[in-house]
Design a protein. Structure first.
Length: 232
């Protein structure tokens, strides 16, 4: 995705979101742009003010964390990162700056597309494969549509731009399967009642094992009358 970013800095191709599927790749791609600055001096001052106002709420030890010192120089240049490994306050700062147009290029994992509604003009995929815990596979249609759907801001852009980067040969049938919409993917409950969970529940008085099971997705599927159909 790196060759795409200078192109965006020379045209009105931002804000842009670059999706990667590994946290270390997110941070690596962001650090390779150390010579690129997309914000004006006024915007850099606004970023620093927002960042410091939020960080000053933390204790002194927390303010000196490496992750906090690492992020500010990136944000001032209009470059952000967002993944589950960041401190909650850092993710919140990044989201606020992105909404205010002070982050021009955001490197993020797919969780950014799932939980927050923050569209961009351009979406870049650094890869079209991901490791799902068992194997490395092509993106599924639902995953691709969820992320590519961030391209194009309603009422601002007449169209969204989606750029796909892949070092692997993508067959036509795989591409059709990836961009196909309207496909139903089964939801499988990941809830497991382990011995460790049971022991932890014995230490509290606001939940029991039976209540946890009753609130699980698997239990809802067993007792709901909702009709689940599979697309043919």
């Amino acid at each position: 995705p790196i060759p795409c970013v200078p192109w965006q800095s020379q045209t009105s191709g931002h804000p842009a979101i670059v999706f990667s599927f590994k946290r270390r790749e997110v941070e690596y791609h962001a650090t390779t742009l150390e010579k690129l600055c997309l914000n004006t001096e006024e915007e850099q001052g606004l970023v620093e003010s927002v960042f410091n106002n939020a960080i000053n709420l933390l204790g002194e030890d927390d303010r000196n964390l490496t992750s906090i010192k690492f992020l500010l120089p990136l944000l001032k240049r209009g470059i952000g990162i967002h993944h589950s490994g960041l401190l909650p306050i850092l993710k919140e700062i990044t989201e606020i700056l992105f909404q205010e147009g002070l982050i021009k290029v955001l490197f993020a994992t797919e969780t950014f597309a799932m939980g927050v509604n923050m569209p961009a003009k351009v979406v870049v995929f650094s890869s079209l494969t991901k490791f799902d815990g068992v194997q490395s596979r092509w993106l599924k249609g639902g995953e691709y549509c969820q992320m590519s759907g961030r391209a194009g801001r309603r009422g601002i852009d007449d169209k969204g731009i989606c750029i796909l980067c892949s070092s692997l040969k993508l067959e036509e049938k795989d591409l059709k399967e990836m961009i196909k919409t309207g496909t139903d993917y089964a939801l499988t409950s990941s809830f497991r009642l382990s011995w460790n969970m049971i022991l932890n529940l014995r230490r509290v008085d606001f939940a029991t094992s039976e209540q946890m099971i009753g609130k699980s997705f698997h239990n809802w599927v067993l007792h709901t009358n909702f009709r689940i159909e599979k697309w043919k």
